[in-house]
Structures are given as structure tokens and as C-alpha cells.
Unconditional design. Structure first.
Length: 272
């Protein structure tokens, strides 16, 4: 089995960085291997560090680690990079989850770095059910790819990409996708209220329906979503009437295509 990196520095421990750290530790990464740099650690991160013996903002000069994981907000890269550039040596693997920040952006700010992996996880990583896709530049070794796979599979499903430009599309689909599902739940609850149901009942029906449908799709993974949809749609019935609207020219599929394109284009604009 692929080994864990012997020394890993995580820069940024907000919701996603914190979720990754928790997932890594739960999957067997030694707490002594992990250092977290987070200027404003949450109570959860402070408690995790204290309970597991993780070095949190040690306040000393750090030697170059095997892996430097960047999980700060993309707009914070210019502010953060000078402080960590010195520990990103030519032998350090840089793992970035910064949306829109290319390999070229990262190596320009971390001039000693050679091996870079760009990854895009999503919020369900917090419960070990994330989806992550990643691109490795040509300097990433087989061992370093193994580190990434082990770390990122610890928080959910994982896929390698052959083309860095695909990261922007991944960001638009799985990276931002949980927000689309939450928005769908809100819209379904709002529709229930428009039909005369009470707000609490409306939200309960909407949440339960989305959660149940997602769990059914997970458990019956060999059946396509299209087949599952057809299985619950009786010809001429109530579901068919609703789907005639959702699948119309201005319906859900075309709307989702436009929304995903907007997210992809924004990710591309964030480069530099």
C-alpha cells in the first residue's frame, strides 16, 4: 500500500481544509506528520489539534515538508504565498485546492516548487462523501501521485485528469455542485409553499425527498439516473406532467448547462 507523506503542512484550515485534515487523520495519517498553518483557527480546529497532538501554527521556521497542501481562499494566494514559499522546495509536492489558480500561477508564487497537483474537492468531503478530481504536472513522481490518491480518497471518490483545463469544468460540476442541490431543495420547498403547504412541512418534504432520492441513487449505483427517473414516471401521471415542464426548452437541463458554463468561465477568470 502507498505510504503517507512523512511530513505534510496544511495551509488553511477553514471548512474544506479542516474537513481534509479530519479525513486524513481518520484514515490513518499520523498526527505527528501533520502541521497546520491557520491564522484564525476555529474552535473545532484548535480542539482537533490539541486532542490529537497536531502542530498548529508552531511559530518556528519549518523545514521543507514532503507535501505542502494549500487550502486557503483563492483570493488569498498572493498574501499567503510569501510566507510559505521558503518551505516549498524542489522536492516538495504542492497540492492546491484553490479554484482558478493554475499550475503556472502556483509556480510563479512558489518559485522553488516543481511538482504540483491541482485538485478540486467538494463540501461533502466533510463527511467522507466528497468527490475530488486532480491534475498532476509532469514533475510529479509516481510516489507523489500515490500520496495524493491516498489523501484524497480518504475524503471520498477520486479521479485523475489528463488535462489541466478540465479542472475548471470539474469546479463547475462537482466543486460547486452541492450548492446547486441545496438550491434545488430550497426551490422545491418554495414550490410547496406556493401550493399552500406550511413552511415547516414544505421544507421537511423537500429535504426528505432530496435526501431519499440521493440515497436511492447511491445504493442502486448500477442503475442510471435516467432509468430511476423513468421508473417513477407513469405515462400521463403527475410526475410526467411536472417533467414536461422541467424538460422543456427552458427547463432544468438547459438551465443547468448555462449555470455550469457560468461557473466554469468564472473559474477561468480567477487565474493569474
Amino acid at each position: 500500500m502507498t505510504q503517507w507523506p512523512a511530513r505534510l503542512v496544511l495551509v488553511g484550515a477553514g471548512k474544506m481544509g479542516g474537513a481534509m485534515a479530519q479525513g486524513w487523520l481518520d484514515a490513518g495519517l499520523a498526527a505527528s506528520s501533520l502541521t497546520i498553518l491557520e491564522p484564525k483557527p476555529s474552535r473545532e480546529i484548535a480542539s482537533l489539534a490539541a486532542s490529537r497532538g497536531i502542530a498548529l501554527n508552531p511559530g518556528i521556521a519549518l523545514p521543507p515538508p514532503d507535501m505542502l497542501a494549500l487550502a486557503v481562499k483563492p483570493q488569498s494566494l498572493d498574501q499567503v504565498a510569501p510566507g510559505v514559499a521558503g518551505i516549498a522546495s524542489a522536492r516538495t509536492l504542492v497540492l492546491s485546492i484553490l479554484a482558478g489558480k493554475t499550475v503556472a500561477d502556483l509556480t510563479a508564487r512558489l518559485p522553488q516548487a516543481r511538482a504540483v497537483v491541482r485538485a478540486m474537492p467538494n463540501l461533502p468531503a466533510a463527511i467522507g462523501r466528497g468527490v475530488t478530481a486532480a491534475f498532476a504536472n509532469a514533475n510529479v513522481t509516481g510516489e507523489q501521485r500515490g500520496w495524493c490518491e491516498r489523501l484524497l480518497r480518504a475524503i471520498g471518490a477520486f479521479y485523475w485528469l489528463d488535462d489541466e483545463s478540465a479542472i475548471d469544468a470539474v469546479t463547475a460540476i462537482s466543486g460547486s455542485g452541492p450548492a446547486y442541490v441545496f438550491a434545488l431543495t430550497e426551490a422545491l420547498a418554495a414550490a410547496a409553499e406556493r401550493l399552500g403547504l406550511e413552511p415547516e412541512l414544505s421544507m421537511g418534504l423537500a429535504r426528505g425527498t432530496v435526501e431519499g432520492a440521493a440515497e436511492l441513487m447511491r445504493r442502486d449505483s448500477s442503475t442510471s439516473p435516467a432509468t430511476l427517473r423513468r421508473n417513477v414516471t407513469s405515462p400521463g401521471g403527475t410526475t410526467a406532467a411536472a417533467l414536461a415542464v422541467l424538460q422543456g426548452p427552458d427547463g432544468l437541463q438547459n438551465l443547468m448547462i448555462r449555470a455550469a458554463a457560468a461557473a466554469r468561465d468564472r473559474a477561468a477568470e480567477m487565474a493569474g
